[in-house]
Write a protein that binds this ligand. Structure first.
Ligand code: ATP
Ligand code: MG
Length: 611
């Protein structure tokens, strides 16, 4: 018999195979088939190794079998299976350098089979094996590389109990299981890579889903925060409206009392000075309270404009007149630059005057003595469809950062407690609100601190010419004001101070006044002697409020000619509507301005004796 390494087999030193050749060949073919079938089902590298070892060892009559795999960097080998050695040897050789002096490592390193037919050769070439197996034990060794497309991925090896020759059948058999093993390793590895890939993809998908969930939660949280902010803002507006209303109530009797002192005739200089101070301070207070109310109404969308045709030039001139003395007194030069022809707008004159007035007030407040203020309207160009009103001053000016936020409520450049110029920071927010309600816009400019400021309101123009009716209405109102004379007036008001001071004022003007402090009393007094005018508070104690009084009295024929006027601290548009619906002819907001009341009384039908 000839061994595959070309050496003659010596019958004396090498053991003959136990089976006759053809039987051995058949047996090995069966083994190979079994290996192929088992490897096809192997899911892990360990399963592959044990299949190879379990089938290979009996087929070859080997006593030790090992399958090892190369690390990714090719520097070491790891045993996937190791059978036929003591457990401690198995553990000691779990992983070892690829240059270890053992046949399996050599085969992996060189990519070529290592065949050691005799014990002597083994002891000589591989002293490590001699130590592990015993110099007097075992014999031949065969190690084959696991090669895939000329790439070595590991090796397998068998040790035999005695020296033996390896013929072509042996060689072909070991080569064939080495090839099968290499293929199976590759398949399992690809499988592992694919599974890792799938697991990785699943993990990324899960991470994405988790991120999506996080984002959804974040959006929900943001929405909640936003809603909470909006709610807080609504509550702030409600609070401001309520605060302004509550502050307004005590102002009414105060204002009336001051009017009374004035009407009482000449007073001592001290009383006169005190009255002037009170008058002015109540005026300030009323303005602050009004601003607060207005701003809360604007932000709640509760202001509706009473639009009419307005000559902007005339309105600007009249507003300027109100501020001229203020500026003159401080030595601030006031310049008016108005176009000669009227500029017609569809606007609410009271609100527009309020806006221009706020700008003039600021110009006055922020310009030191000796400076100058200029109110100008450039002649509008019809094609542009808009007109601009500008209030420019030479005052303290503003830094760019301040310019950005001055139209926000409560925004002021000077936020120190020791602010020398006072105010709540509402003026410009009101200007913006009012101007935007008119479909216009407002902007501020300043060259910087100490270099003056200019605020410009731009408003849409109104195309058509003025109607004669507007002019006539104004004239009628003036005539009516002149014809006011004594009326029978009933005041229904639960606040005794407010009722008394108003009564005294009206009596001073020559009216016959009676007072009731509840709805029921009011109705009773009215029925006894129907008055010309009933001034009725809305918030009355007891079962009947002001609306109830109006509904009841309006239905009575004796009260047909009676002017029913609602008095409230609230000046909301809704309240006006409610008052109208209940039957009130007019609605006055407390504190009642004398002029307003007189105008209202003057507009009543002429008295019988003067008719
Ligand atoms: N003409 C101006 N020159 C310089 N700064 C101005 C001028 N007008 C407004 N500002 C700045 O803008 C801020 C806001 O003005 P705004 O009229 O809204 O409030 P205010 O005048 O401080 O208070 P309020 O008008 O409520 O009495 C002012 O505090 C001031 O810092
Ligand atoms: Mg202001």
């Amino acid at each position: 018999m000839q061994s595959f390494d070309g050496q003659p087999t010596s019958a004396g030193s090498v053991a003959e195979a136990a089976l006759p050749r053809h039987e051995r060949v058949v047996e090995r073919l069966l083994r190979l088939q079994r290996i192929t079938a088992a490897l096809a089902g192997a899911r892990t590298l360990t399963e592959i190794a044990s299949t190879i070892i379990d089938q290979g060892m009996p087929a070859l009559d080997a006593e030790v079998g090992v399958v090892a795999i190369l690390s990714a960097d090719g520097a070491s080998l790891r045993n996937l299976g190791f059978k036929g050695v003591p457990v401690d040897t198995e553990a000691a050789w779990a992983e070892y350098p690829v240059d270890s002096p053992v046949p399996v490592a050599e085969a992996a390193r060189t990519g070529a089979p290592v065949i050691v037919p005799t014990r002597e050769e083994r002891n000589a070439r591989y002293p490590v094996l001699a130590r592990v197996h015993g110099v007097e034990h075992g014999g031949a060794v065969a190690a084959f590389p696991l090669v895939l497309e000329s790439r070595t991925v590991g090796s397998l090896g068998f040790c035999f109990p005695a020296s033996r020759a390896f013929d072509d059948d042996d060689y072909a058999f070991i080569l064939s299981i080495a090839q099968q093993c290499a293929l199976a390793v590759e398949r399992v590895r690809w499988h592992e890579v694919a599974e890792q890939e799938i697991a990785h993809r699943r993990a990324s998908e899960e991470a994405l889903r988790a991120r999506e969930r996080e984002l959804t939660a974040l959006v929900a949280e943001l929405r909640q925060t936003q809603e909470a902010l909006r709610e807080a803002d609504r509550r702030k507006d409600d609070f401001l409206a309520m605060l302004a209303h509550e502050l307004r109530n005590p102002l009414a009797p105060l204002l009336n009392a001051v009017e009374l002192i004035k009407a009482a005739g000449p007073a001592t200089p001290i009383v006169e000075r005190a009255r002037t101070i009170m008058d002015r301070q109540i005026g300030h207070m009323a303005r602050l309270v009004d601003d607060l109310l207005d701003i809360s109404r604007i932000s709640r969308g509760k202001i509706t404009l009473s639009l009419e045709r307005v000559d902007l030039v005339e309105l600007a001139r009249a507003t300027a007149l109100d501020y001229r003395s203020l500026l003159d007194a401080r030595g601030v030069r006031f310049e008016l630059a108005l176009p000669p022809a009227p500029v017609w707008l569809q606007a609410d004159p009271t609100r527009l005057a309020q806006a221009i007035g706020n700008l003039l007030q600021n110009a006055n407040k922020f310009t030191d003595d000796g400076g100058s203020v200029r109110l100008s309207i450039a002649p509008p160009h019809p094609a542009r469809g808009a007109v601009s009103v500008e209030v420019a001053d030479t005052g303290i000016g503003m830094e760019p950062a301040v310019l950005e936020r001055i139209f926000e409520p409560f925004a002021q450049a000077d936020q120190s407690v020791a602010r020398s110029r006072g105010g709540l920071g509402l003026g410009l927010a009101l200007v913006k609100g009012v101007v935007e309600l008119h479909g216009g816009s407002v902007r501020a400019a300043s060259a910087g601190l100490g270099r003056g400021a200019a605020i410009t309101i731009t408003l849409p123009l109104c195309a058509a010419a003025p109607r004669a009716a507007d002019a006539r209405r104004a004239a009628d109102a003036r005539r009516a004001a002149a014809s006011a004379s004594s009326r029978r007036i009933l005041i229904i008001e639960d606040n005794v101070d407010a009722a008394d001071s108003l009564r005294m004022l009206l009596e001073r003007r020559g009216h016959a006044v009676s007072v009731a402090h509840s709805g029921d009393d009011g109705v009773a007094v009215a029925r006894m002697a129907p008055p010309d005018v009933i001034l009725c508070d809305i918030g009355l104690p007891g079962a009947m409020n002001g609306y109830g009084v109006a509904r009841l009295l309006r239905a009575e024929s004796a009260m047909r000619k009676t002017l029913l006027v609602a008095l409230t601290g609230y000046a909301q548009d809704d309240d006006r509507k409610l008052a109208r619906a209940a039957g009130f002819d007019a609605h006055l907001t407390k504190p009642v301005a004398q002029a307003m009341l007189e105008r209202l009384l003057a507009e009543l039908a002429p008295l019988p004796e003067t008719a």
